[in-house]
Every structure is written in structure tokens, then in C-alpha cells.
Ligand binder design. Structure first.
Ligand SMILES: Cc1cc2nc3c(=O)[nH]c(=O)nc-3n(C[C@H](O)[C@H](O)[C@H](O)COP(=O)(O)OP(=O)(O)OC[C@H]3O[C@@H](n4cnc5c(N)ncnc54)[C@H](O)[C@@H]3O)c2cc1C
Length: 337
């Protein structure tokens, strides 16, 4: 399943009737036509200045990447394309972005065009499917880390229509301990723990994020005592305590094309080597049960984000690429921020 999502109005009254949305190509074309209509009206000779201003006041609800990017595009559309035809109103264009707050009263702002851009929600067809498979209480379809739909594992779901429900390490903690405790002594040595570390890091990516957030270099650092000294052995209670905060780092992936495209490539490669991986599994060991998972779980690699801000400026987030966290691009140069 790769059905995408639809605009989320949060059931706000009047949005469907009065606002533009920005999702499909058709929506963008409608907005473009409406913007030009607004300029056409604004230059009618019979209008007062106040009415002209109202016609050229564009309101965007939602200050996420799409809302900001749209504002920037609109800002550039005027000097790049429209100014030659509508020169007389060149100083009247106004763009407002409204962000957050439950009680936005767009109607109290003089305007003629509102673009609603507050994120995406589940399509009705997906809702029906979720009800049929026992996921009716969720907001979005859940898959496991191999992108199999929970409760219906012969079906895979990728992109905006689904989210990965990352398995919690604390749900498996006793099984992990048992699997690592090879001599059944009831305690784990660092060496025993090291034997399962790779499988833990692959199966529970939140462990790596937790280590990073705590500036720890090695997963065995988690087993040290509060003073930072190595412990020879740990029992199950200490093991649980050491890993008890790891799941707080579980993250949902954003609804972006970057995620969808990587999931698409991942699934294609899994399907292509299905027979081979069933014979010779490449995934981590199953802590509950025996053997290994046929495939490595899906792992997202973030290549950064880039949002045009208008006027040849852009904001970029390049955290994972080795560049600084954020840079502001200006023309062909860039400034660190
Ligand atoms: C304005 C805007 C700007 C964006 N900018 C960025 C960006 O800069 N970078 C980025 O990474 N992401 C961006 N995104 C997000 C990105 O577009 C989505 O994350 C991505 O398209 C999701 O891919 P998908 O395949 O899951 O869904 P979609 O691309 O939405 O594809 C789903 C397809 O399924 C079809 N479909 C729906 N229902 C049915 C049905 N019942 N039967 C058959 N077909 C059906 C739809 O027509 C559609 O073609 C943006 C989104 C928007 C709206």
C-alpha cells in the first residue's frame, strides 16, 4: 500500500468551503489561477485602497515547511512574473503565515485568499482498512520495522499512508537477557553482552540514538556503575535499569518523499532477494523465538532538508551529512547560523 495521505483540516469548520489546500498538482494550479484573479481585481479602477490591499493579502495557515515554502514561492512570484503587468499595486502585496493556536480567526483578518497547510491525515479508504484489521484506534496505519502492516503481515505499507511502530526494547528485555546469558548463570558479563550488541543495535535503532544523546561511545558503557566504573557482571534488574530510558528515543519518521523513496527501494530489494534471504537470513537474531529475521529492518538515512525562503534565500538542515546543523543559503553562498 502506498496510497499517500490527504490534507488534514482537523475538522475545522469552514476550511473545506473557504480555503485552498496544497496537496495535488490540481490544487497548485487552482491557487495560481486564484492569485492571478486577485491581482486582476486589485487593479480595477473602482476599488478603494483598502479593497486593493484586501485583495492582495494572502493568508497561509500552517507554518511548517510547506507553508513557509509556499509563502516564499508566492513572494517570488510577484517580482519575477507579475510586477510587469500589475505595477500599480506593487507595494500592496502582503503575505501572512498563521501558526498554531486552537482559535485562529482567519475571518478577522482582511484577506481574499487563504491556503490551508497544516499537515496530512489518513484517507477514508485507509481508515476502512484499519478498522478491518483492528487498528481503528490509531491515527495512522502501523507497520513493523520490516514495513509489514501490523495485524495483516502479508500486506506492506510505505510512505505517507503508514508509520513504523518501532518495537520497544523493554518489551523484550528479559528475552534479550536470556539470549545473552549463555552459561545461564543469571548474570551477564560484558563479553556475553558484546555477543548480542550488533543484533540489539540493528533491531532497536533507538539504542544508537540514546547513546548519541548521552554522548556515550559504546553500548557497553550502559552497563557501567553510576560512578562510571566497569562492572564485571550485571543481573537482570541492573540490566533493565541500564536500558530503561532507551525507548524514550523512539522516533516517528516524517511524512516526506525522502522517507517514502527509501522505503520503496528497501522493499523492492527485499522482494528481489526473498528466496535467498529465507534460506540464508541477513537480519538480526530473533530475541523472542529462534533463528534470525530474513531481512535487516528498514533503516532511514536522513540526507538533510532544504526549504526555499524566497529572494534567493533558503534554510538547510544538514545534520547527518557532516555539515553544521543549519545553514542559511543566500544566492550561491551560504552563512552558518
Ligand atoms: C506541498 C507539498 C510539498 C512537499 N515537499 C516535500 C519536499 O520538499 N521534500 C519531501 O521529501 N517531501 C515533500 N512533501 C511530502 C511528499 O510529497 C510526500 O511525503 C510523498 O509524496 C509521499 O509519497 P507517497 O507515495 O506515500 O504518497 P503520494 O505521493 O501522495 O502518492 C500516493 C498516490 O496514491 C494514489 N491513490 C490514493 N488513493 C488511491 C486509491 N484508492 N487507489 C489508487 N490510488 C490511490 C494518489 O493519487 C497518489 O498518486 C511535500 C508534500 C506536499 C503536499
Amino acid at each position: 500500500m502506498a496510497l499517500g495521505a490527504q490534507i488534514n483540516t482537523f475538522n475545522t469548520p469552514g476550511v473545506k468551503e473557504n480555503c485552498h489546500v496544497l496537496k495535488e498538482v490540481d490544487d497548485a494550479q487552482k491557487i495560481r489561477r486564484s492569485v492571478i484573479d486577485c491581482f486582476e481585481k486589485a487593479v480595477l479602477p473602482c476599488l478603494s485602497d483598502e479593497e486593493r490591499r484586501k485583495n492582495l493579502h494572502f493568508v497561509i495557515v500552517g507554518g511548517g515547511p510547506t507553508g513557509v515554502e509556499f509563502a516564499a514561492e508566492l513572494h517570488d512570484f510577484f517580482p519575477d512574473d507579475l510586477v510587469k503587468i500589475y505595477r500599480t499595486v506593487k507595494d500592496l502585496l502582503k503575505i501572512t503565515i498563521i501558526q498554531s493556536g486552537d482559535h485562529i480567526q482567519v475571518s478577522s483578518i482582511p484577506h481574499v485568499l487563504v491556503v490551508w497547510s497544516t499537515g496530512v491525515g489518513t484517507r477514508p479508504v485507509m481508515r476502512d482498512f484499519m478498522e478491518q484489521i483492528g487498528q481503528s484506534k490509531r491515527h495512522i496505519l502501523a507497520t513493523d520495522e520490516w514495513l509489514r502492516v501490523k495485524g495483516c503481515e502479508a500486506v506492506y505499507a510505505i510512505g505517507d499512508c503508514a508509520t513504523i511502530d518501532q518495537h520497544k526494547i523493554m518489551e523484550d528485555i528479559s528475552s534479550i537477557f536470556e539470549a545473552a546469558d549463555k552459561d545461564n548463570s543469571g548474570t551477564l558479563t560484558v563479553e556475553e553482552f558484546q555477543e548480542v550488541v550488533d543484533d540489539i543495535l540493528t533491531r532497536y535503532p533507538q539504542v544508537k540514538l540514546y547513546l548519541k544523546s548521552k554522548h556515550l561511545h559504546d553500548v557497553t558503557d550502559l552497563l557501567k556503575d553510576p560512578e562510571g566504573n566497569d562492572r564485571q557482571e550485571v543481573d537482570i534488574e541492573w540490566f533493565k535499569l541500564a536500558l530503561s530510558h532507551v525507548d524514550s528515543q523512539t522516533k516517528s519518521l516524517p511524512a516526506t518523499a525522502q522517507v517514502a523513496a527509501q522505503q520503496d527501494a528497501y522493499l523492492a530489494s527485499c522482494f528481489n532477494c526473498l528466496a535467498h534471504c529465507q534460506e540464508d537470513p541477513e537480519g538480526p537474531r530473533r530475541f523472542r523465538g529462534s533463528g534470525r529475521h530474513p531481512f535487516l529492518p528498514f533503516q532511514y538515512k536522513h540526507f538533510g532538508q532544504f526549504a526555499p525562503l524566497g529572494g534567493e534565500q533558503a534554510a538547510a538542515d544538514c545534520l547527518e551529512t557532516g555539515f553544521p546543523r543549519a545553514i542559511a543559503l543566500n544566492g550561491f553562498g551560504f552563512n552558518l547560523v
